[in-house]
Design a protein around this ligand. Structure first.
Ligand SMILES: [Zn+2]
Length: 327
């Protein structure tokens, strides 16, 4: 009886959200051996409306969600959060299209997380403060050490998640050195349900903003190496969680930017060691550029570090809520 009621509630949700029964699959087109989802069909699939915004942007929106695609580009925004696709939105024949793989592994999981996360764990969170000990990570002009900053953030996030009744482990809780392999091994030993590696960026003085990285998909370029050589096809342990990674990273980026108001550099793809080895859904957060004078000043303030931590904790909580809803 109870499960019947749950099924009915779920069905009502689907109907409300999509306004149609065509959710089985989106209508695709094929070109040179690749499958594409025309944006018009994506809109139809969700029961959403399409409109063109200026020369370069296409909007798909409903009462609940807004998707915005930049044409001939890998950038798209899901409810205003920047997501880097693996392939550019391009014109095939007369229609603008998305590679179907991007639709299935990035867009649809972010728009309908409840349809994908049924068998994903939600109890044990492992936070991984990057670097430590002899490895300082980045050091800013005013001597902000990445290894100490991310430790501070990890402890703040832990406190917030514990207050929500979650079990939280830190791969290190003092200034000690850990190899990258040890971090994933610890997560595996603790039966982690999700793994978040915490970092701060460094580059030129002008670079700024926050990024969340997830493991690149086999056969796809990393966001920064697009177009150089053939993309690696190796499937890593972390690739078992590509769909959950998409939802997790989207939720963290969405909530972190909402809280900190820092520049949104988006969800990106990379083959970082901790993401490749992750025994569970995983993301790597680059919270700010400490080599940027404004962001360095921000992270020196405890009140701003509290905002970063709140954003990350809220993102994790939103992802866990998606999992609950999926069940
Ligand atoms: Zn780092």
């Amino acid at each position: 009886m109870r499960s019947k009621k749950r099924i009915l509630t779920g069905l009502t949700f689907c109907l409300l959200l999509s306004g149609c029964l065509s959710l089985a699959s989106v209508r695709t087109v094929t070109s040179r051996g690749k499958t594409y989802a025309p944006l018009n069909n994506v809109a139809g699939y969700y029961g959403m409306k399409v409109s063109q915004k200026g020369e370069n942007r296409i909007h798909i929106r409903s009462q609940w969600n807004t998707l915005e695609f930049e044409v001939n580009s890998r950038r798209c925004w899901i409810n205003d959060t920047l997501i880097w696709l693996n392939h550019p939105v391009r014109k095939i024949g007369w229609q603008w299209t998305l590679e179907n793989d991007d639709f299935k592994t990035m867009i649809d999981p972010a728009v309908r997380p409840y349809a994908f996360l049924k068998n994903i764990g939600s109890r044990i969170v492992v936070l991984d403060p990057g670097h430590g000990g002899k490895d300082s990570g980045a050091v800013s002009p005013r001597k902000v050490y990445e290894k100490l900053l991310v430790m501070d953030i990890a402890k703040r996030v832990r406190k917030k998640l514990q207050a929500r009744g979650l079990t939280v482990h830190l791969t290190r809780d003092s200034d000690t050195y850990l190899t990258l392999s040890e971090r994933a091994q610890k997560a595996a030993r603790w039966n982690a349900d999700l793994f978040i590696s915490l970092h701060a960026d460094s580059a030129s003085k002008t670079a700024k903003g926050s990024t969340v990285f997830i493991l690149s998909r086999p056969g796809c370029y990393s966001t920064h190496s697009y177009g150089q050589g053939a993309p690696p096809t190796t499937k890593y342990p972390g690739n078992r969680f590509d769909i959950a990674n998409a939802v997790l990273s989207y939720r963290i980026q969405q909530n972190m930017i909402k809280k900190t108001r820092q520049k949104d550099r988006g969800v990106k793809h990379a083959r970082f060691k901790v993401l490749k080895d992750a025994p569970c859904p995983a993301a790597l957060v680059e919270m700010a550029f400490i080599t940027n004078p404004q962001e360095e000043a921000l992270v020196i303030r405890a009140s701003h570090r509290e905002k970063i931590a709140t954003g990350i904790a809220n993102g994790i909580a939103a992802y866990l809520k998606d999992i609950k809803r999926a069940r």
